[in-house]
Write a protein that binds this ligand. Structure first.
Ligand SMILES: [Zn+2]
Length: 134
């Protein structure tokens, strides 16, 4: 029995710690709802907070991706003209974070945007990398 326990303890010790960006960074799944010809992005505000970016900037990106107009209502939900599925919001938010949030060097989201020589740069607070956004 004690041999078995030793083996078990050993096995646990050998297990790699799961510390992926995804588990560390709780980007919420988009909660969307359609109201007639409008798609309401219910947790837009929360998503923007996690992304740590300006809400108008995020909205503009979503608008361009869908090719539609959008507004932010008084409680911080985004309202888009047209009917769009949650899965498309997911992939748009993923692509936003890949472009404007995730550090290309270390893959962590602890970054901020900076303007430099008419380019937008992504400045990583984790590894210090300064990368140009294309
Ligand atoms: Zn980095």
């Amino acid at each position: 029995m004690s041999n078995y326990e030793d083996l078990l303890n050993h096995a646990f010790k050998e297990m790699p710690e799961i510390t992926s960006t995804k588990s560390r960074w709780n980007l919420p799944d988009p909660e969307v709802r359609t109201e007639g010809n409008v798609t309401v992005y219910e947790n837009f505000k929360k998503t923007v907070e996690v992304l740590n970016r300006n809400s108008d900037f995020v909205l503009k990106f979503i608008q361009n991706e869908f090719g539609t107009s959008a507004t932010i209502d008084d409680i911080g939900r985004a309202r888009l003209t047209g009917s769009f599925p949650a899965t498309r919001f997911s992939s748009i938010i993923q692509s936003f974070s890949q472009t404007y949030v995730i550090c290309p060097d270390c893959s962590l989201p602890d970054t901020k945007l900076e303007e430099k020589d008419n380019s937008t740069m992504i400045h990583c607070e984790g590894c210090g990398a300064l990368s140009k956004i294309d």
